[in-house]
Design a protein. Structure first.
Length: 225
């Protein structure tokens, strides 16, 4: 499937503007798991692959799964191994990383993780500690990660919170970055949504025109028995 020009532009906004906002989360998880040479990681919903690059920088062998053709193409431009869907045959991955997956998506990926391997799930933290939900008018709502772990039959093995501020050079960059997350994909009028988002961001502008949106993300670690 060939990405449309619009999808490609949105994917590039994600890769060039938004993706780096989650680096503190990736690094905290990798530190917690002590990711290093020889480890095999599977990143579910890897986007343009920045988390894979960070893992590879630590010596790990990282593979991504990304359903969006445009983001998958950008990740492959970075010479990364990225699949369109989780591997159907069992493979000995040591860890699975996923941001807010559905129960079905998580279940499809779990067979790829070895026994005793780690499953890391992440999502927004408490609403009162996240600025982005306020900008978006009350959403997104954080997933109950503990319930997701229990429902998947995994064994809990710790959790943590990470400060991930979203910082942008100006309102235009902030609008492009936030739109690339997909949180506005359901808007009936995309142009109106873009205008409303720009207006909602003005209270978060600094004197130099930069936009600063503090957020807390939560992650949980579970094990495959």
């Amino acid at each position: 499937m060939t990405p449309t020009p619009t999808a490609t532009l949105v994917a590039r906004d994600w890769a060039e503007i938004q993706e780096r906002m989650l680096v503190p989360l990736y690094e905290a998880v990798y530190d917690r798991l002590e990711v290093g040479p020889g480890d095999r990681l599977l990143d579910l919903g890897c986007g343009a692959g920045l988390a894979l690059l960070l893992a590879a920088g630590r010596g790990a062998v990282a593979t991504g799964v990304e359903a969006d053709p445009a983001r998958r193409a950008l990740a492959r431009e970075r010479l990364l191994e990225v699949l369109a869907a989780p591997p159907s045959a069992p493979r000995p991955y040591d860890a699975l990383l996923a941001f807010s997956p559905s129960e079905a998506t998580l279940a499809a990926a779990l067979p790829a993780v070895r026994r005793g391997g780690a499953v890391v799930l992440a999502d927004w933290g408490p609403a009162e500690r996240c600025t982005v939900p306020a900008v978006l008018g009350g959403g997104p709502s954080p997933r109950d990660l503990d319930a997701l772990v229990e429902g998947a039959g995994l064994r809990p093995d710790g959790s943590g919170r990470v400060f991930c501020p979203f910082g942008y050079a100006d309102v235009d960059s902030a609008v492009r970055g936030l739109l690339s997350t997909g949180l506005y994909d359901g808007a009936a009028d995309p142009a109106l949504a873009e205008k409303e988002l720009a207006e909602a961001l003005h209270p978060f502008e600094r004197s130099d025109g930069a936009v600063w949106l503090p957020n807390i993300f939560r992650y949980v670690i579970a094990r495959v028995d």
